[in-house]
Design a protein around this ligand. Structure first.
Ligand code: VG1
Ligand code: CO
Length: 548
């Protein structure tokens, strides 16, 4: 094998964000850009002998080319084997599962997740460690440091590998052999789901005429959904929509929320004609949205329902060890944990913070308000897993989505919740908003705003109870005396300007008010958030880009 050493110059912008490095496709297409980042990882991790690497992505534009580059670089950096999903397609949870199942050294997942794709869209890459989860901050910080001083990368002179055909491609002989193994990742993942859930009960539900629609949003879960819902659960093919992965996600935004999953939302809010159940997942298959007949389940509530009903699912029949949620996620799951008498952890935004807790056996279920839920079966959030979890609960309880949710609120009270996103605002304006709120940290406590009084405010810091690491500046919290709160955070996944997220939460114990629309119930909180932040003046925006 001919290994070339190519000299290179650092790029100064390779700092991974909430979930890997995300940039415009054009940025990634610059000579040496991807190579520098990948080499920085390999240098930081010091690859052991016989190491195996998993590689795959969400099928977006530039996926195939990037995979060939990574194969060549893995060969040159001492990996003995690279496992690639067929056609380069691997959902994020499936990649996590493969790393765990085949006990590989780690994996590279090529995705910008819910961000738009295509030649003018975004590309992304993240590294998952041997437990199957996203590399923790101490690794990504070291990689960033390395990327700033890199002067050379190593790449092997290999012919293009056929990643569309299942099988092994051996290059070289004996101890120096390098193998690329193209595998059917759908089967492994579908097998895992069948192990976890009560497939006969879900099958019976579908046979009995329960009508569902799953929207893959032209992204990675299409092939997985066909195998699971149609081949294994015998759902009619009409139960699926947008299940052919495309490089630009059909020109859409592969983000499963009420704004971007518009076609599905229309079907599910069609009054009497609406189906019983609707769900969608994002670009890389780790997010999920759950809809009932004319009914939307907030992700925070979804996590709480899964926790409260976990024992109905075979995999969790013996109960759960604990739960974890990201800080901006509502406290609905905290109430369930309290009742179940299991611990509840509050982590910063981003899945990488859950890995330590799961590895230590402290938590079984985790979730984020951003349409992410999962369990310790992998170390990533898992869209289809959440959909199957809901179907399993519905099949056993013989209740619809709305009925399950209303019964849950009746028992626990409702954490009314909403997130307002202001996308692509000038970075200076966004920083100005955050600085302005921080400048009021001393004066806000004790102040009254209408019926609310500020109790405390802070910038959230997380002390990892397992490895002792500290992550600061994870979002501004304004906590009110009655337990309501407003959180302000800048996104770490965007590629254009800044995205300001405002998270609003108020607890409603009164069941007579549980039917209220969240925007109505939170109207006063929304005004307080605007007042404290001076958001309209400072950004020129009079309304959020997306409300979830
Ligand atoms: C967003 C979400 C966060 C999620 C992250 C990755 O991050 O808020 O909860 O973990 O996306 O999700 P941010 O920094 O933009 O708020 V995914 O599905 O895009 O990998
Ligand atoms: Co995603």
């Amino acid at each position: 094998m001919n290994i070339k050493k190519i000299s290179t110059q650092p790029f100064n912008d390779q700092k991974p964000g909430t979930s890997g490095l995300r940039k415009k496709v054009k940025v990634f297409q610059q000579p040496n850009y991807l190579e520098n980042f990948v080499q920085s990882f390999f240098d930081t991790l010091s690859v052991p002998q016989h190491a195996v690497l998993v590689v795959g992505g969400d099928g977006r534009y530039h996926n195939r080319q990037a995979i060939q580059t990574i194969i060549q670089m893995a060969a040159a950096n001492g990996f003995a084997r690279v496992i690639v999903g067929q056609s380069g397609i691997l959902s994020t949870p499936a990649a996590s599962h493969m790393i765990r199942k085949y006990k590989t050294f780690g994996g590279m997942v090529l995705s910008a997740s819910h961000n738009q794709g295509g030649i003018d869209g975004d590309f992304g890459i993240k590294y998952n460690i041997g437990n199957g989860g996203p590399a923790p901050e101490k690794i990504t910080d070291a990689v960033f440091a390395k990327s700033q001083i890199i002067s050379e990368y190593r790449i092997a002179d290999l012919p293009e590998v056929d990643i569309d055909t299942l099988g092994e491609f051996k290059l070289g002989e004996g101890d120096d052999a390098f193998i690329v193994q193209v595998i059917d990742a759908v089967k492994d993942y579908a097998d895992l789901m069948q192990d976890l859930f009560d497939f006969p009960a879900i099958h019976q539900l579908l046979v009995d005429g329960f009508e569902m629609k799953f929207d893959a949003m032209h992204a990675v879960t299409g092939p997985y959904a066909k195998e699971i819902f149609v081949n294994r659960l015998a759902a009619p093919v009409e139960s699926l929509m947008n299940c052919e992965p495309s490089e630009d996600f059909g020109g859409g935004h592969p983000d499963p929320n009420l704004t971007y999953a518009e076609d599905l939302v229309k079907i599910m809010f069609a009054g009497e004609n609406a189906l019983d159940f609707g769900a969608a997942s994002d670009g890389d298959g780790d997010r999920n949205m759950i809809l009932g007949q004319n009914f939307f389940v907030t992700p925070s509530d979804s996590l709480a329902v899964l926790a409260a009903n976990a024992t109905l699912v075979p995999a969790y029949a013996n109960g759960i060890a604990g739960v974890a949620r990201s800080m901006p996620t509502s406290g609905a799951v905290d109430r369930v944990a309290q009742k179940l008498n299991v611990p509840c952890f509050e982590t910063p935004t981003g899945w990488k913070f859950f890995g330590n807790l799961m590895d230590a056996g402290k938590v079984t279920l985790c979730g984020e308000e951003s349409f992410g839920t999962s369990s310790s079966h992998v170390r990533e959030k898992d869209g289809l897993w959440a959909v199957l979890f809901w179907l399993n609960i519905i099949a056993v309880k013989k209740m619809g989505v709305e009925a399950i949710m209303k019964a849950h609120w009746l028992e626990y009270g409702r954490n009314v919740y909403s997130r307002h996103d202001y996308e692509s605002i000038p970075t200076d304006a966004a920083n100005g908003v955050i600085a302005h709120i921080k400048s009021q940290f001393d004066t806000l406590p004790g102040q009254k705003f209408g019926s609310y009084t500020v109790k405390v405010c802070d910038d959230f810091s997380y002390h990892d109870p397992i490895d002792g690491s500290v992550s600061s500046n994870q979002g501004i919290r304004i906590l009110f005396t009655d337990g309501s709160r407003i959180v302000f955070r800048l996104s770490g996944t965007g590629t254009e300007g800044a995205t300001l997220r405002v998270y609003l939460e108020a607890f409603e114990p009164d069941s007579a008010k549980h039917h209220l629309d969240a925007q109505v119930a939170l109207a006063e909180m929304i005004q307080i958030a605007l007042q404290i932040s001076q958001l309209v003046d400072r950004t020129g925006r009079t309304a959020p880009t997306v409300i979830t």
